[in-house]
Ligand binder design. Sequence first.
Ligand code: PEP
Length: 253
Amino acid sequence: MRKPFVAGNWKMNRTVEQATLLVADMLPGLQTVSSVDRVLCPPFTSLMVVSGMLAGTEIGLGAQNMYWEEQGAYTGEVSPLMIKEFCQYVILGHSERRKYYGETDEGVNWKLKAAFAHNLIPIVCIGETLEENEDGRTADVVQRQVLKGLEGINKTNAEAMVVAYEPVWAIGTGRSASPEAANEIIGSIVRKNLAAIFGEDIAAKIRILYGGSVKSSNAKNFFVQSEIDGALVGGASLKAAEFVKISEAAVDN
Ligand code: PEP
């Protein structure tokens, strides 16, 4: 019922020249996986060139962050108006932004509203840290991130958004969550809270991804889980063949 969704978060990797080569390398393979929504999220500096390369394909383009104001004296920030010149998607609330740049649930909420106001589809990231996990606080943390991050969002917008459950301890560590445990958290905490806010029908339509050390060798184990609709992929999205294989693994689960 929910179309599978695979997004590649390149983080702060690849110059424009390298991005061009990487996209050229993965494009033929990626284009064959049309039953999956595929999205590339390169750094800001490559958005223009990659959007040119993706023109005429069904592959989407996303930014990795944005500010909530449209313009003004905000040195170093990039606005929704600038993002939407090239992108259909924007990653918001990634754990690296929460950790290194002090992003809060409230800030994520402002960005989310700005994204919707500009017809950008947000990929909203949530997930507990290792310490929170070990303290048995996963459910509380994830619930808080959902309730505060999505406060005041209307149902129509909610239906279009994508949520990524990314346990922080699994990101970039090579230590992925167990697919069954991720499925349980997504079903019994994330989707359950989405249902509490937006109703069962809307919650059943929202795509929820798993993220954290997904690679071609483990992707299918996540995609066969009933609550997991795809993946937000970091490191493995920088390898053309890997990212294509992960997208292929999302077909028919
Ligand atoms: C991410 O950056 O969102 C991510 C999941 O990274 P990795 O796949 O490298 O763990």
